[in-house]
Design a protein around this ligand. Structure first.
Ligand code: GTP
Ligand code: MG
Length: 324
C-alpha cells in the first residue's frame, strides 16, 4: 500500500492515476479514508492555488460540456494543462452525472494535457461541492493550471461553484429573451461574464438580439457598478468567439489581480468554506450521537402530531448536547 506521503509525491509529479486515486480518497465517505484524505490535502496545500479557476453554468442543454471540450482543446493546444470537474445536483438524487453519462468530452479526455473527472456522488449538494473543491486543489497540486467546473443552472449549485472559482461564466441560449426570465435572477447576479452560446447557422441573428437584451438586463442588475459584466457571443461548433471569450476571462483576471480583488475573493472563499465545514461537522457529529437519534425520532413524532412546535422541539433536542 502506498503511504500518504508517497501518494502526495506521485500527485505532485503529475501522475494521473495517483491523482485519480487521491480524488477517490477525498470523495470517500469512510472515516478511515477521510482521515487519510485530510492528511493528503494538508501535505499538498502549499502546492495549490496556482490555477485559473473557471465555473461554467447554464440551463440543461445550453452547451456547457461542448464549450468545455472546445475551449479545453484550444487551451491544451496552447500548452496549458486543463482539469475538468463538475458539481451536478442531479447526481445527488440519481447517482448519475452530467459529465459521466451524457457527454464524455471524448476528444478532450484523450488529450495528454487534460484530466476529466465526473461529478462525485454524495448525500448532499454541500458534500458534493466540498469534494469538488478538494478535487480542484489536488488537480492544482498535480500541476493543472486551468480548472473548468461545470454545473447545471438550477440555483443552489451555482452558489457553491461561484464560491470556488475566480471567474463565473453563465451560458445563455439564443432564445435568451425567454430564458432570462427562467434563469434565476440570483444566477445572473453571480455572473462575471455571460456567453450567448450556439451563435451559428440559423441561430446567429437570434444570438445577437439575445446578447443585446442580456446586456441591458446586466446594466440594470449592476447599475451601481462602473462596468457591468461583459456579454459575448460564441459557438462551440464553429469556434467563433471562443478566442475572444478566453482573452476576456484572462483580461478580467489580470485586472482583478492588479486591484487586489483576485486575492480578496479567494480569501473570502476559503473563510466561507471553513465556516461551511464547521457547520457540516457539527451537524454530522450531532446527528450521529445515539442519544440524539432516539430523542429525534420521538421529538419528530410529537411535532408531526401537532403536540410540539418545531422550534421548541429543536431547542430541547439541542440541549442534549450539554448533557453527559
Ligand atoms: N448549434 C450549436 N449546437 C451546440 C453548440 N454547443 C452545443 N450544442 C449542442 O447542444 C446540445 C447540448 O450540448 P451539451 O454540451 O451536452 O449541453 P450541456 O449544457 O452540457 O447539457 P447538460 O450537461 O445536460 O446540462 C448538443 O446536442 C450539442 O451538440 C453550439 O455552439 N452550436
Ligand atoms: Mg453537460
Amino acid at each position: 500500500m502506498t503511504s500518504i506521503a508517497d501518494l502526495a509525491g506521485q500527485i505532485r509529479s503529475g501522475d494521473r492515476a495517483a491523482l485519480a486515486r487521491g480524488i477517490t480518497l477525498v470523495e470517500s465517505r469512510r472515516l478511515a479514508d477521510s482521515i487519510s484524505a485530510e492528511a493528503l490535502l494538508c501535505d499538498l496545500l502549499p502546492h495549490t492555488g496556482n490555477s485559473v479557476r473557471v465555473g461554467i453554468t447554464g440551463a440543461p442543454g445550453v452547451g456547457k460540456s461542448t464549450l468545455i471540450e472546445a475551449l479545453g482543446l484550444r487551451l491544451c493546444a496552447a500548452n496549458r494543462r486543463v482539469a475538468v470537474l463538475a458539481v451536478d445536483p442531479s447526481s445527488v438524487r440519481t447517482g448519475g452525472s452530467i459529465l459521466g453519462d451524457k457527454t464524455r468530452m471524448t476528444e478532450l479526455s484523450r488529450h495528454a494535457n487534460a484530466f476529466i473527472r465526473p461529478s462525485p456522488g454524495g448525500d448532499t449538494l454541500g458534500g458534493v461541492a466540498a469534494h469538488t473543491r478538494e478535487a480542484m486543489l489536488l488537480c492544482e497540486a498535480a500541476g493543472f493550471d486551468t480548472v473548468l467546473i461545470e454545473t447545471i443552472g438550477t440555483g443552489q449549485s451555482e452558489v457553491a461553484v461561484h464560491g470556488m472559482v475566480d471567474f463565473f461564466l453563465v451560458l445563455l441560449s439564443p432564445a435568451a429573451g425567454d430564458e432570462l426570465q427562467g434563469i434565476k435572477r440570483g444566477v445572473m447576479e453571480l455572473a462575471d461574464g455571460v456567453l450567448v452560446h450556439k451563435a451559428d447557422g440559423d441561430l446567429a441573428a437570434a444570438a445577437d438580439r439575445a446578447a443585446q437584451q442580456c446586456l441591458l438586463a446586466m446594466r440594470v442588475l449592476h447599475s451601481g457598478e462602473a462596468t457591468p459584466p461583459p456579454v459575448v457571443i460564441g459557438s462551440s461548433v464553429t469556434g467563433h468567439g471562443l478566442t475572444e471569450l478566453w482573452r476576456l476571462i484572462e483580461q478580467q483576471l489580470v485586472t482583478a489581480r492588479s486591484r487586489g480583488t483576485f486575492t480578496s475573493r479567494r480569501t473570502q472563499q476559503a473563510g466561507d468554506w471553513f465556516e461551511h465545514a464547521v457547520r457540516e461537522q457539527l451537524l454530522s457529529e450531532f446527528l450521529a450521537d445515539p442519544k440524539v437519534k432516539s430523542a429525534m425520532r420521538q421529538a419528530k413524532d410529537e411535532v408531526v402530531r401537532g403536540l410540539t412546535l418545531p422550534a421548541a422541539a429543536a431547542r430541547t433536542l439541542l440541549a442534549l448536547r450539554s448533557q453527559p
